[in-house]
Design a protein around this ligand. Sequence first.
Ligand code: S3P
Length: 174
Amino acid sequence: MNQENIILVGFMGTGKSTVGKELARRLNYRFVDLDTEIVEREGCSIPHLFETKGEMYFRDCESAALAELLRNPAGVVIATGGGAVLREANRLHMAQSGWVVGLQAQLSTIVKRVHGDGNRPLLQGDAERRIRQLMAERQGLYDFAHASIPTDFRSAIELADEIMQLLEQRDERC
Ligand code: S3P
């Protein structure tokens, strides 16, 4: 299997970080969570960053961290934040720099998974209403992924199995 970047995209609560860690373990790749990267660089939490500097500043940090990661040698599994697909430049960059897998989930699954999570500033207040709204705004933005898989009612192990199979099938075709 060629060493390349594997980039997970998807809405909040689709399991990008959990699945990404499992995938990296199996492939013996480094795992990077883009949000964690931003927190380390900025020295403060995501909610604090949104509150003090605003979403636009966060998006700039996100794009810069992503670009830097993608510049480095391949062999990294990257779990992006749900909004990393908002900028076209990020989408293009991801599509050109690795194999992009989209994780999908239904509204009800996402609501269950993010329930009571204070670490997602965009979901404060009526989380279900916010998720519905953001999903509508982001419709189609995850479709650039090279492969997409539904995650509802499935464990990280099952999802990593499926992604490994997709990778193998793809490599057989090449
Ligand atoms: C965001 C998703 C979050 C985080 C930030 C914004 C979004 O990451 O980057 O709160 O805009 O969808 P997760 O998808 O890992 O929750």
